[in-house]
Design a protein around this ligand. Structure first.
Ligand SMILES: NC(=O)c1ccc[n+]([C@@H]2O[C@H](COP(=O)([O-])OP(=O)(O)OC[C@H]3O[C@@H](n4cnc5c(N)ncnc54)[C@H](O)[C@@H]3O)[C@@H](O)[C@H]2O)c1
Length: 234
């Protein structure tokens, strides 16, 4: 028996046009799931929706059909210090990363409830457990909220057989981190906080998401699994 088999399951992946979301959608498909992709960008194969927009989320989930698995991956960062970030920039980070994850979790859970269960995997971050190594307070705050929303929804949805977990990646090379990694000094500092000496690839994050979404994790709920090459072990 293959505990990672998702044959017959329908998954929704948000922010699936690129980066971790794109790799995850492909891996879930490889595991046998039918995958609906949501993105704010007009990308081929994606349902277009801003996850922070409640009406757009409801429309997108109606279009996706029944849901067994949700990967709450859409996320943004505004890397500015507390002194430099505007209130609107702060709000946008919290809106997409926290409100957006909540709205999608709720829409998915309504469908999962009628299907007898499901699995939700949120994208937290090592920044949800630490103050980070560069000032980025809106992002750090939003990911801390995702960690605790994961616990809260896990408890609320447990009687419905809906599991809610999260992954917490360290820095992964994607369009989100491209501006950081263009600087050799920043890359050097990132690697000083990477005991294994390996930056995860998008597929490494997708693998952890597949595990948490699959029957292999049937007794796991409310946890956030670091995929961090040892960052949080210090
Ligand atoms: N890359 C990293 O180092 C890293 C580390 C830890 C956590 N994460 C988290 O992983 C997730 C994916 O990150 P990534 O690096 O692949 O990002 P990315 O910027 O490469 O891709 C994010 C995708 O989400 C989409 N998106 C953004 N805002 C959206 C919205 N409001 N509605 C719908 N779609 C939206 C974008 O269009 C894009 O396709 C995010 O939640 C991020 O915070 C990333």
């Amino acid at each position: 028996m293959n505990l990672l088999d998702l044959k017959g399951k329908t998954a929704v992946v948000t922010g699936a046009a690129k980066g971790i979301g794109k790799a995850t959608a492909a891996l879930l498909e490889q595991a046998g799931a039918t995958v609906a992709r949501i993105d704010i960008e007009d990308a081929p194969g994606c349902i277009r929706a801003d996850v922070a927009d409640e009406a757009a989320v409801e429309r997108a989930f109606a279009q996706a059909g029944g849901v067994d698995i949700l990967v709450n991956n859409a996320g943004v960062a505004v890397r500015k210090t507390a002194f430099d970030i505007s209130a609107d920039e702060w709000d946008r980070v919290i809106d997409v990363n926290v409100r957006g994850s909540f709205l999608c979790a709720r829409a998915a859970a309504r469908s999962m409830k009628s299907r007898g269960g499901g699995a939700i995997v949120n994208l937290a971050s090592i920044m949800g457990f630490s103050g980070g190594i560069f000032p980025n307070p809106a992002y750090q705050t939003s990911k801390g909220a995702v960690v605790n929303m994961t616990r809260a929804l896990a408890l609320e949805f447990a009687p419905l057989a809906i599991r809610v977990n999260a992954v917490a990646p360290t820095f992964v090379r994607t369009p989100l981190t491209a501006p950081l990694f263009s600087s050799p000094e920043i890359l050097k500092k990132v690697m000083e906080h990477n005991p294994l000496g390996v930056l995860p690839e998008t597929d490494d994050i997708a693998a952890a998401i597949l595990f948490l979404a699959s029957p292999a994790a049937r007794c796991i709920t409310g946890v956030t699994l670091p995929v961090d090459s040892g960052y949080l072990a210090r």
